[in-house]
Design a protein around this ligand. Structure first.
Ligand code: ZN
Ligand code: ZN
Length: 344
């Protein structure tokens, strides 16, 4: 049984803003029903960015870009012919190149289109589709060549507030022998659950979230979207691909459902005045058949003020503790309305 554990701590202070009268303040602690990882929800009101993205990321927009069409062929590396005879595999306007500084056993980068600076809402469906399908092809091939790759996954850092160093939109496609810290927790939970119930833990999570309804956003081509109970950051949205255990075998329809959902999230974020995000898609694991589903997650990233204060502090960086001022249950209804829109 999944446990949705939360505790609220309330305290009184004498508030300077109201003549030092008593004011109640609070923090909520939550524990992730799958991994047990803890998160804190703060009271702080969330402010919009005051600058437009082209102003906020101005220096990054002007910087030299290896991914722009006039530079890509000249300055980016190619794969060895034994891996990809064409050097840089392409699909539409998406191009795959090896990472100059690898992050894992297999480390590729997918440039998403020729346009250098693209705002969230301008990421078009076709470019995204080409990019994700190319990432899938590249990982398929990587796995054929390196049979020891057990973990296939995608990372996406969009615009500088997310830690992305190059503004030109690009995905990272990785293959590893070992799981990341968070993924290891997911795996352990899935395996324990499998050994007792012989089904995937995500199936119970999805059933439970649909039943509760307070965080479930919708389903597109069978791909489910929901807000995380214990968020790792603001607007922590999880995507589940029911009964799909390996991203190499996701169909075009699966990707289309996933990308339709992303587009809807992007239009919501545009209206919220936030520009940057991190996204992960955990695409495969060596767990027993039936115990794991392809799963992903997105959080919004931002600078906390005009002088570039990071939205990650010691809590996230060294306690591995999620922190947000966005309560999933409070934004769910509003976000759900975007999932019903057909125009995005
Ligand atoms: Zn560029
Ligand atoms: Zn990058």
């Amino acid at each position: 049984m999944l446990e949705f554990k939360r505790e609220v701590y309330k305290e009184k202070i004498l508030d300077a803003a109201s003549g030092f009268t008593e004011k109640e303040v609070w923090v909520e602690l939550r524990w992730d029903p799958i991994t047990g990882e803890s998160s804190r929800i703060l009271e702080e009101p969330l402010s919009k960015e005051t600058l437009l993205p082209e102003e906020l990321f101005k220096e990054g927009v002007k910087a030299f870009c290896p991914f722009c069409p006039e530079n890509l062929e000249k300055v980016t590396p190619k794969f060895l012919p034994s891996l990809f005879p064409e050097g840089r595999p392409k699909r539409g306007s998406a191009v795959a190149i090896p990472n100059l500084r690898p992050f894992d056993r297999f480390s590729a980068l997918i440039v998403l289109g020729e346009k250098h600076f693209v705002k969230l809402e301008e990421l078009d469906f076709e470019t995204l589709e080409n990019g994700f399908l190319l990432a899938q092809e590249v990982l398929k091939r990587a796995k054929e060549v390196h049979s020891d790759l057990k973990y296939l996954y995608l990372n996406w850092n969009f615009l500088p507030a997310s830690g992305g160093s190059i503004v030109h939109p690009h995905l990272h496609a990785f293959g590893g022998v070992y799981p990341s810290c968070h993924f290891k927790r997911i795996e352990e939970a899935c395996l324990n659950y499998w050994e007792t119930y012989e089904r995937c833990l995500f199936e119970e999570l999805l059933e439970e979230e649909k039943r509760r309804g307070e965080r479930f956003l919708g389903e597109l081509n069978g791909v489910s979207f929901l807000l995380a109970f214990a968020p790792k950051g603001p607007w922590d949205v999880c995507f589940l691909f029911p009964h799909k255990e390996d991203m190499r075998f996701l169909s075009h329809e699966d990707f289309r459902g996933f990308l339709k959902g992303l587009k809807r999230l992007f239009s919501y974020f545009k209206d919220k005045g936030v520009y940057s995000f991190n996204l992960v898609l955990y695409g495969s694991s060596p767990l027993p058949k039936g115990s794991f589903w392809v799963y992903g997650r997105l959080i919004v990233r931002r600078f906390l003020n005009s002088w570039g204060t990071s939205d990650m502090n010691a809590f996230q960086a060294l306690h591995a503790e999620g922190l947000t001022a966005v309560r999933p249950e409070e934004v769910c209804e509003e976000m759900k309305a975007y999932f019903e829109r057909e125009d995005v």
